[in-house]
Design a protein around this ligand. Structure first.
Ligand SMILES: [Zn+2]
Length: 151
């Protein structure tokens, strides 16, 4: 057996756990929470209320805005695939190299949330709100987008 075959020691020096892959034992891995729900259900707000300083947050809209410098309502089709590929890369990286800090990953669909949570040993949580409230929020966003377009 070569010195580099599993099991590997946990990266935390004082920890005696041995692991098959990754860099941290389950006890030292940051908690992964995958939030899902339709647009306007309050996912981003929910994460803001629950996360702690320094936690990782994946938010499609924030990444899209950072990449394109466009208003939140504008999501160019050709950029959507790029941002989704970035999300896949994040999940892959976190699966291969676990980290100590907690991570919150915001997605729309339950199947996507469960797939990511399973892969990262995390939890999938649904955020929901009354349909009337959700529609009202979407209308507000639309009005803001129309207003921003006029400027
Ligand atoms: Zn450990």
């Amino acid at each position: 057996m070569s010195p580099n075959s599993p099991p590997y020691p946990c990266r935390i020096r004082t920890c005696s756990a041995l692991i098959a892959n990754g860099t941290l034992c389950p006890a030292h891995r940051g908690k992964v929470t995958v939030i899902y729900g339709p647009p306007g259900s309050g996912k981003t707000t929910w994460v803001e209320e629950h996360k702690e300083r320094g936690d990782l947050v994946w938010d499609f809209d924030v990444v899209m805005t950072a990449l394109t410098r466009l208003p939140r309502s504008e999501k160019p089709e050709e950029c959507i695939q790029i941002v989704l590929a970035m999300k896949d890369a994040l999940v892959r990286e976190m699966a291969d190299h676990s980290i100590e800090r907690a991570a919150w990953i915001i997605v729309t669909h339950e199947d996507d949330a469960r797939r990511i949570a399973d892969r990262l040993g995390g939890e999938a949580i649904e955020v929901s709100v009354a349909e009337a409230v959700r529609q009202e929020r979407l209308n507000e966003r639309h009005q803001q987008a129309v207003g921003a377009g006029r400027q």
